[in-house]
Ligand binder design. Structure first.
Ligand code: ZN
Length: 529
């Protein structure tokens, strides 16, 4: 308790000092440390993030786990690191089902012609590039498993719509702003009740969301039509398929609801789907690891961490190309201005985060020596914005170390940070969690949202144009500075003293430190999301 009070006071003073010395423009920098000044100069005036991102996103594209595109991107990263003189390798940790996306064309051909916005989901079979035409059926309201069984004969030779049709593809905020009194409330009630009724109907089948498409496929459906609107204009989340022979594809909110209304009103819609994809079987999968060897404490480690894999509806610009390229840029700068670090600096760009943090979990399992001697790990995985949230992940003494580093880093990049001296250990969600559950000080660098949740996260709109390069440069200064300060710190970050968990008022149980989940190192049907 006493320690925390002292910390709060000293951090408060440090922050007050930062505010006081803040310069008016970005040209001057209020730190004396020559390495920190050079980090700033390289990140702000000689940034490589923009040209790297352009190649990475526009040319190499999305990096679905085990896809050929992901292999190409990994090779590019290794060669980029090596061209900067950084030791780099791909470390195999398992195998995964490789799949390559081809073209998708989905057209409405009756009662009128209209090309639809959509694509097959990841790992979906295509149509062999041939057009496959057929009528459409929607899932009926079901109250029992018997209802589903009774419906199954109707799906033969038809496309089956299995997602809730949104009553409006206008975001709620638009309704709140413009609707007449009572109108938004009526619409929103219909939206919520409709979604709940749809979910209840799916649940009544007694089957999981992954088994329903499989049963429809087995009953002779031509394909499965889905839609997962994110709540913003024009955005759809694009995850993976569960079918093995026929295509599962998504349509945007507008087109899905169009086809749904035509079907529900018996206006005879027919779809023509032409899709290509290749399933390439189980292949080796890797993490990409870059290393700058320590000179004084080579067996202690500071890590930069982000996941390299993405979903593939867009190019994964903000999830998590921003984190990956941020760590690349920080490594490039550190190699230039701090080539002989005190501790060993390792960058881990993890694979298969989206299927359950598999790359980082495997790394933690495979490198107990590094986990044991980890000084600090910094992970970033929530988009393009300036980093504004940091906590000690529940490690009581780590808060003091972080506070000291933040006090020394340039105030230009720390002044907006909401620093929680203690914080909570992450139970999952992203790649610092496997380190934290193993007792190693892993920290999450939380970014400003920039519409991440509704616009870009796992959507087909997660693309290059959403990047905010000024914020990414800010983050490169922060990450490279924190890594440098963590590496140089004469003190080892404390990890044994952990937070005392509050009692959950609902269960009466006291919370506890998260338990590590084993990595899934081989794809199976159940390892699909
Ligand atoms: Zn992510």
């Amino acid at each position: 308790m006493r320690r925390r009070m002292v910390l709060a006071v000293s951090l408060g003073l440090a922050l007050a000092a930062m505010v006081a010395v803040r310069p008016a423009g970005a040209q001057t920098l209020a730190v004396e440390d020559p390495v920190l000044r050079q980090i700033w100069d390289h990140a702000m005036n000689r940034s490589q993030i923009e040209p790297m991102m352009q190649v990475f996103l526009d040319s190499l594209g999305p990096r679905l786990t085990a896809s050929p595109a992901s292999e190409r991107a990994q090779a590019w990263i290794v060669s980029k690191l090596q061209s900067w003189g950084i030791e780099a390798e791909r470390q195999q940790y398992g195998t995964w089902e490789a799949w390559e996306r081809g073209t998708s064309h989905i057209d409405l051909i009756a009662p009128r012609v209209h090309s639809l916005e959509g694509r097959i989901l990841a790992w979906s079979p295509g149509t062999g590039g041939e057009p496959v035409e057929g009528p459409v059926v929607v899932l009926p309201k079901m109250v029992s498993a018997a209802d589903f069984e009774a419906f199954l004969p109707q799906v033969k030779g038809k496309y089956v719509m299995i997602s809730f049709p949104q009553p409006t593809c206008r975001p709620n905020a638009h309704w709140e702003q413009y609707a007449a009194p009572g109108s938004f409330e009526r619409m929103n009630k219909a939206r919520q009740e409709g979604q709940e009724a749809w979910n209840a109907s799916l649940q009544a089948t007694g089957l999981s969301n992954r088994d329903i498409p499989k049963r429809l496929e087995a009953a002779g459906a031509l394909g499965i039509v889905t839609s997962q609107w994110s709540g913003a204009y024009g955005t759809t989340r694009v995850f993976n398929a569960y079918t093995r022979k026929v295509p599962t594809f998504e349509l945007g909110c507008e087109d899905y609801s169009l086809v749904y209304r035509l079907t529900a009103n018996n206006q005879g819609p027919r779809l023509r789907v032409t899709a290509e994809s290749k399933n390439l079987g189980e292949v080796p999968v890797h993490n990409v690891v870059g290393t700058i060897r320590g000179t004084q404490l080579p067996n202690e480690y500071v890590m930069l961490s982000a996941h390299l894999d993405t979903w593939d509806g867009g190019t994964g610009a903000t999830d998590n190309s921003t984190g990956s390229m941020l760590m690349m840029e920080a490594m490039r700068i550190l190699k230039q201005v701090y080539p002989n670090p005190k501790r060993t600096i390792i960058m881990g760009l993890w694979n298969s985060e989206e299927q359950g943090l598999n790359g980082s979990r495997a790394y933690v399992e495979d490198h107990p020596d590094i986990v044991q001697n980890l000084q600090a790990l910094f992970n970033q995985d929530n988009g393009t914005g300036r980093i504004v949230n940091l906590s000690a992940s529940g490690f009581v003494d780590a808060g003091e170390s972080l506070a000291r580093w933040l006090a020394r880093a340039p105030s230009e990049v720390t002044q907006g940070i909401n620093f929680n001296v203690l914080g909570m250990p992450s139970g999952g969600g992203t790649d610092h969690a496997p380190f934290v559950c193993a007792g190693a000080p892993g920290f999450s660098l939380g970014a400003l949202n920039w519409g991440y949740s509704e616009h870009t996260w796992h959507t087909q709109r997660d693309t290059y144009d959403k990047l905010v390069f000024d914020d990414l440069k800010n983050n490169a200064v922060l990450v490279a500075s924190l890594v440098y300060l963590a590496s140089e710190d004469p003190q080892k970050v404390g990890r044994t003293k952990r937070m005392v968990f509050p009692v959950n008022p609902q269960t009466g149980q006291q919370g506890s430190w998260p338990i590590c989940t084993p990595a899934t190192r081989k794809s199976t049907d159940s390892s699909r999301m």
